[in-house]
Design a binder for this molecule. Sequence first.
Ligand code: ZN
Ligand code: ZN
Ligand code: ZN
Length: 135
Amino acid sequence: MEKQISLAVKCPECHRSLMDSHVKLHNLPAIRADIEIAGERGIIHLCPVYGCYERKANIPLPDRISAKFFCPECHKSLISDKFCPECSAKMVGFDIEGGGVIIFCSRVGCKEHDLLFENPSEAGKYLHDDTGYFN
Ligand SMILES: [Zn+2]
Ligand SMILES: [Zn+2]
Ligand SMILES: [Zn+2]
């Protein structure tokens, strides 16, 4: 099995952690965000493993609809200024603890996602950090 990278992320606005130790996916604390989709508001939990699309939500997630994401702490929007290269929906952005940003498409069913680092040495630091990002 390939090595998996699990991400610990925080809100880009208030810098509070988005990890929810009460809800686990893949046995790891899940990423929690508030969402609004098709006029309903709810809570979503995303798997912290990079490239894994497991998720749990307390409202229906209609396929091909774009969701709005909000920080559960400061309630600011987590939608970034980037557009998905696949489907042109807005992309959601979380700051990664230790540096960098993960962005992913806000449209249900679109798997476009990317890791962004401001400089390559940051990526090196992150990948060699032994605080548990590499499992
Ligand atoms: Zn997973
Ligand atoms: Zn926040
Ligand atoms: Zn997309």
